[in-house]
Design a protein around this ligand. Structure first.
Ligand code: FAD
Length: 330
């Protein structure tokens, strides 16, 4: 049996939790159709009944809801004790969670309590005997195969490793409640207050048909004028590399990549971006990529469909001028 720790937001299970359930279902199918159960700890951000229905659509058999004062505020050790108690009851041989800060922390605690290893940021499973997974290390720059030969096998699933998809055959989605005891030591570190995150401002970037990308090659916070004009001329969105957000040149919600937005526009114009693996993780689904770079050996130039080798501060104004001319705007 596979047990998946599910995290929630106002709409139900988070996207990365639904991806993890999809991954678990694929694993179950490879293992002869063992049941997939979910465990939800504390007070979900949505109705538990609605959540159980949603999880049923993802093929979940039982939804174990661990409630009680000890679990209402997030605490890594307390939540791990909740998952441990459900696991002991249902006898799961695999416990999975989303590769989020909470998923990582809870499963790391669980591994320490059970004396078994935990594989973080898994992107694929390669075999069941022995149970072998591929996981991202060094921020996604390297993929590593890992054999999980102890039980339960614990792992977290990296975001976007699979696409979340409902099951062809829904599960029962039976709601099972429990309120296990918690040791006082497990309540020492808990969230005592939280504030809502800043609204997701990246919506336009994620759905844009054209994205003008800018990296360190922009030169400074003042170096974006021509790039913003190109964005407007193409009716697109601006996406930037992490260097640009780390230097404070542009806000984080414009970042593309592993720790930013994943984009899939028809056209990505990557200006002054080297194309590091973590950036590529966010833009590789673009249908057409045009790289503008002074370095003909930059990885982005090698991966792009088209490239212009040159200074973006000369190339982009020339493109803008031509676009304006074709539109009769001078
Ligand atoms: P650089 O690598 O410095 O490249 C600048 C490029 O601009 C070069 O190719 C250069 O030839 C070119 N250039 C310079 N001047 C000009 C000019 N005038 N005209 C044209 N071209 C010019 N990065 C992301 O982008 N997104 C992420 O989500 C992300 N997540 C990460 C997560 C982790 C855990 C780690 C370790 C790293 C992450 N990074 C991410 C950082 C990533 O590894 C790179 O450091 C970053 O993408 C490089 O940004 P850049 O291409 O703008 O800068």
């Amino acid at each position: 049996m596979i047990l998946v720790l599910v995290e929630t937001d106002g709409t139900g299970a988070t996207e990365v939790s639904r991806e993890t359930l999809t991954f678990a279902r694929d694993l179950s199918a490879a293992g002869g159709g063992v049941p997939v159960d979910a465990v939800v700890v504390g007070s979900p951000a949505c109705s538990v009944e609605a959540l159980a229905q949603q999880l049923a659509a993802y093929g979940v058999r039982d939804v174990h809801h661990v409630s009680g004062d000890a679990f209402s505020a997030y605490g890594g050790a307390a939540w791990a004790s909740a998952v441990q108690s459900v696991r002991a009851e249902v006898g799961s041989v695999v416990v999975a969670a989303a590769g989020t800060p909470r998923g990582m922390e809870v499963l790391a605690h669980l591994g320490a309590r059970l004396g078994v290893p935990m594989a973080a940021n898994v992107v694929a499973f390669d075999g069941l005997a022995p149970f072998t997974v591929t996981r991202q290390v060094v921020g996604g720059a390297v993929l590593e195969d890992m054999v999980l030969d102890q039980r339960p096998a614990l792992f977290t699933v990296a975001g976007h490793a699979v696409e979340a998809a409902a099951a062809a055959t829904p599960g029962a989605g039976r709601l099972v409640g429990s309120t296990p005891e918690v040791a006082p030591a497990d309540l020492v570190a808990r969230v005592v207050s939280s504030e809502p995150a800043q609204a997701d401002l990246s919506g336009g970037l994620k759905s844009a048909r054209v994205v003008v990308g800018a990296g360190r090659g922009a030169g400074s916070a003042d170096g974006f004028g021509d790039l913003l004009e190109l964005r407007d001329l193409l009716d697109g969105a601006l996406g930037v590399s992490r260097v640009v957000t780390s230097l404070g040149w542009r806000p984080h919600h414009e970042q593309v990549g592993q720790t930013g937005s994943r984009i899939s526009p028809d056209l990505y114009v990557a200006c002054g971006i080297s194309g590091a693996i973590q950036h590529w993780a966010g833009c590789s689904s673009a249908k057409t990529i045009l790289a503008i770079n002074t370095d003909e050996d930059a990885p982005m130039v090698a991966k792009a469909h088209y490239a212009v080798i040159g200074d973006l501060h000369e190339v982009v104004p020339a493109i803008n001028e031509e676009l304006r001319r074709r539109r009769g705007g001078g």
